[in-house]
Ligand binder design. Structure first.
Ligand code: ADP
Ligand code: MG
Length: 618
């Protein structure tokens, strides 16, 4: 079913706010969305460049920050100012990483081993949250540039083994980057979604997600029942990934070319250059049988066969993790229904073959392995945005909530698809002099007239002290708590009189009814806009008649006979126009009455002011 968002105020088609999916990876990060036309997930990229943004941050001497491919180049010329693998530091203290401290070529502060780590670049200190936020900010900007629309909401993925602190740190990084992080989801869950696994409510499946990235290896066993993902076990090695495959090649070349190991230790630029060359060789060998290239005075070559013998121990290590994970889940390898391959390193043919052999099944590898997590995050984002109606999301208001205002109009306080918990408030005033009560009627629905929506509750705010119309300030607030309970309260701000009521907005509405109401709001959108415009014009006309009448009661003596006659005629014409269904006519009559009353209203106002001034002087 197609949903057509319409801006009720202008009647124009409205672009619904986009929610992006983000894979914030250790090595590479990227953004994906559901394509508005094809409805398929796509990774965002500028024309002919890659969708992958290396998770590398370079701080130049002037304090500017560069993220991505350009930063990656500085791994060679200024390793101490170039931060990679920041994700490894998320939620970690120095004690947590001390055994791997040599892994990082930049400075990690170690004076307080218990507190969260910080990275030092020049004379500045950065937390892992800051560092991740720089990457997210870059991703946000790229997405905005490509989509030509603001991007403020995101679903971000994290490894299944991330603890609460690490998840919270990821959320904070999103917030720092100016993103509202609607969900943090597990990477294996996202990958499964990208393969369409788990989207069918009647599906029962056990899946294994094998994720070999740049620096980490994760194996997750998930059980999916009725669209719910349950992590049965996770295993892996946080220091085993594509980098280690590269390193195996480097070690081999050093040996082959008789390179002094001291040269590697002392010349960090050379060390990085040879590492990048090794990565290039590895990628080449995923599709070819041999590699040959130069680096300065050295010639490097590698056959696919040799490469496989170099990395076999590493691949075997991952298989051992798989065995452990399957065992921890209380299963046998043959109990796994589906195997999903994730991470750039699963492009290595030996990896694919070995995993397939261990599980005794074909693996799923048709989706680009370095995009699959982001694509799944985009699918989750779309579910949250309401694009996928198969899923009912309990933490989103399915329909708008508002109150009735003059003329039976619906005034929305919390729009549909708002996140729960949610809060909103708006001020209203009285229509009649001395009005002592105000009825607050709460409605749910998308139509402009409350009579077409669903009434949820009603209460009276009483004991408003007598004041002229328009003077009381009644603030109506809506609060939906995490359980979906709506509390509506009204408070007259001058006197402090207050009243509130609790309602369960979803109560009694089935999915089908919600859809029905949405469809009606779309088919009637045009009529609704016209009705709203007419109602508003009529209310304005009535308001003007009332104030003019009140003005005449007080000031008739100051008006000429002609002015009185003209005013009476204009009032009558306005009164008549209000009974007809023509908003333009009402506006015209309002304007005419204003034209007539403006000169004497100003005149009388001036006299009143000057008299008031005189009074002051006495
Ligand atoms: P992460 O999840 O850690 O951010 P990715 O999933 O992006 O990492 O994987 C990055 C790794 O994938 C790198 O080590 C890279 O060298 C490797 N990789 C990318 N393409 C290929 C390829 N064609 N063959 C082998 N390895 C590859
Ligand atoms: Mg990854």
């Amino acid at each position: 079913m197609a949903k057509i968002p319409i801006n009720i105020a202008t009647g124009s088609l409205q672009q619904e706010e986009i929610i992006v999916g983000i894979d914030l990876g250790t090595t590479n990060s990227l953004v994906a969305i559901i394509h508005p036309e094809t409805k398929q997930p796509v990774a965002l990229k500028e024309h002919d460049s890659s969708s992958l943004v290396p998770s590398v941050i370079y701080f130049d001497e002037t304090g500017s920050i560069v993220v991505g491919d350009l930063a990656k180049q500085h791994l060679i010329d200024s390793p101490e100012r170039t931060i990679f693998s920041a994700k490894r530091l998320m939620g970690k203290s120095y004690n947590d990483i001390r055994n791997n401290a040599s892994f990082f070529s930049y400075k990690i502060i170690d004076d307080n081993t218990e507190s969260l780590v910080k990275v030092q670049v020049g004379d500045k200190f950065y937390s892992p949250v800051d560092l991740s936020s720089f990457i997210l900010k870059e991703l946000k900007q790229r997405a905005e540039h490509i989509l030509k629309t603001p991007v403020n909401k995101a679903v971000i993925t994290v490894p299944a083994y991330f603890n609460d602190a690490q998840r919270q740190a990821t959320r904070d990084a999103g917030k720092l980057a100016g993103l509202d992080v609607l969900r943090i989801i597990n990477e294996p869950t996202a990958a499964s979604l990208a393969y369409g696994v788990g989207l069918d409510k009647n599906e029962h499946k056990i899946i294994a997600v094998y994720d070999l990235g740049g620096g980490t290896f994760d194996i997750s066993i998930l059980r999916i029942t009725g669209g719910i993902f349950e992590v049965l076990s996770t295993n892996g090695d946080t220091y085993l990934g594509g980098d280690d495959l590269d390193n195996a090649i480097v070690q081999y070349w050093i040996q082959q070319c008789n390179i002094d190991t001291a040269k590697l230790e002392n010349d960090t630029s050379f060390a990085q250059a040879i590492r990048l060359k090794a990565e290039q060789a590895k990628k080449h060998l995923s599709a070819n049988d041999s590699f040959d290239d130069q680096l300065g005075e050295y010639t490097f070559s590698l056959s696919k066969e040799k490469f496989e013998s170099l990395i076999r121990p590493l691949v075997d290590k991952t298989l051992q993790c798989c065995r452990n994970a399957v065992k921890d889940a209380g299963l046998k390898a043959t109990d796994i229904d589906t195997i999903v391959m994730v991470g750039g390193s699963t492009r290595v043919p030996l990896v694919k073959e070995s995993v397939s052999k261990y599980f005794g099944k074909e693996v799923n590898d048709q989706v680009n392995p370095d995009e699959v997590v982001a694509l799944g995050a985009a699918i989750q984002a779309d579910i949250l945005a309401g694009g996928n109606k198969e899923f009912l999301l309990l933490d989103i208001t399915p329909l708008s909530l508002g109150i009735e205002t003059a003329g039976g109009l619906m005034d929305v306080l919390i729009p549909r698809n708002a996140k729960i918990p949610s809060k909103a408030a708006r001020q209203y005033t009285t229509q009649v002099d001395g009005q002592s009560g105000m009825r607050v009627s709460v409605f749910q629905g998308e139509r402009d007239l409350v009579k077409d929506n669903r009434k949820l509750a009603e209460f009276n705010l009483t004991n408003i002290p007598g004041m002229p119309a328009g003077l009381p300030k009644v603030e109506v607030s809506f609060l939906i708590n995490a359980d979906g309970i709506l509390t509506v309260s009204a408070k007259e701000l001058r006197s402090g009189v207050e009243q509130s009521i609790e309602v369960k907005p979803q109560y009694g509405l089935t999915d089908a009814e919600v859809e029905q109401m949405l469809m009606e709001s779309i088919t009637h959108a045009k009529d609704d806009i016209a009705v709203r415009a007419l109602t508003e014009a009529k209310t304005e006309g009535e308001q003007l008649l009332k104030t003019t009448e009140r003005f005449l009661q007080k000031n008739a003596a100051e008006l000429s006979k002609q002015e009185l006659i003209d005013t009476a005629n204009a009032m009558q014409a306005l009164q008549l126009s209000i009974t007809m269904e023509d908003k333009d006519l009402v506006h015209k009559k309002i304007e005419e009455l204003n034209e007539i009353s403006r000169p004497y209203a100003e005149r009388i106002m001036d006299t009143a002011i000057s008299q008031a001034m005189k009074g002051k002087q006495v």
